[in-house]
Design a protein around this ligand. Structure first.
Ligand SMILES: C[S@@+](CC[C@H](N)C(=O)[O-])C[C@H]1O[C@@H](n2cnc3c(N)ncnc32)[C@H](O)[C@@H]1O
Length: 250
């Protein structure tokens, strides 16, 4: 399991800095500034990702979901699951001890929402923890936002999670794209590889393949801002750098 290492930039804290949060160390800020030099839209992309979280959770609630498993949940900055789904049971799982420590503080007054240190590549451990707070015989909203591109081989863990979900469960994913700006992408990949958190962006087709055993809700796999937007999208949706999908287990 990951130890707290303030000398090494970590995805949770880099993302927190991009969102304007204060839960980050100097190496995280230095990494984020390098990232922003290559991809000046990265902070906007983080906010668009966070906005999708709210739309996806709302869609789950409309689909009758009252419990959520948020894998790679990050540092709770703004717009957490329980704010969009008050009263829902929520388990946050992240492999960054700092993210979990902040989640515990943030969630102290929210008895239905808890956080646990865990790695999504270990579905046995994650599902055991989930079964202690969620009723896995009932539909779950499984959230994996901006995390699967940090997992080199997510297929087998995903198969395990999808098998464990009750019919009617919803799975929401955002995922870094491999379809745009190949030169800048190479620079970003070099940055992440050098930080010890290698990233694996995927094409739209590859992202769709991750959930091929499920039924996508319209509009399918699209640029994140285009997934059921609340308002007309007036900027280039590819600047979100991520695809989004919500799919239902039949
Ligand atoms: C970019 S942040 C996204 C946070 C949140 N899901 C969101 O979209 O707002 C990625 C998060 O995934 C976590 N993470 C990366 N690899 C992970 C793994 N194998 N298991 C659990 N969490 C992981 C990082 O620690 C980080 O908090």
């Amino acid at each position: 399991m990951a130890e707290i290492d303030p000398e090494r930039p970590h995805p949770a804290r880099i993302y927190d800095y991009l969102l304007g949060g204060a839960c980050n160390f100097e190496p995280d800020r230095a990494f984020a500034e390098q990232f922003l030099r290559v991809m000046p839209g990265a902070a906007d992309a983080a906010r668009l990702n966070r906005a999708f979280l709210r739309r996806a959770v709302r869609t789950c609630v409309e689909g009758g979901i009252t419990q959520f498993l948020d894998l790679g949940s990050g540092i709770p900055t703004v717009g957490n699951v329980h704010e969009t789904a008050p009263g829902a049971r929520v388990l946050h799982v992240d492999n960054d001890p700092i993210a979990i420590a902040h989640s515990e503080i943030e969630l102290a007054d929210t008895p239905n929402a808890t956080a646990v240190l865990g790695d999504l590549r270990d579905p046995d451990a994650v599902l055991t923890a989930a079964a202690q707070v969620l009723d896995l015989t009932q539909p779950v909203g499984l959230l994996m936002l901006a995390v699967l591109h940090f997992v080199e081989a997510p297929e087998e863990p995903l198969r395990r999670y999808f098998d464990a979900l009750a019919p009617g469960s919803h799975v929401a994913i955002t995922h870094g794209t491999a379809d745009e700006e190949p030169e800048k992408r190479e620079d970003v990949l070099r940055l992440y590889a050098g930080s010890g958190s290698p990233a694996t962006p995927r094409t739209r087709t590859q992202v769709a393949a991750l959930v091929e055993s499920l039924t996508p809700l319209p509009p399918g796999v699209v640029w994140t801002p285009l997934w059921r937007p609340d308002e007309p999208v007036t900027t280039n949706p590819a600047h979100s750098l991520t695809y989004a999908i919500v799919a239902r287990k039949p």
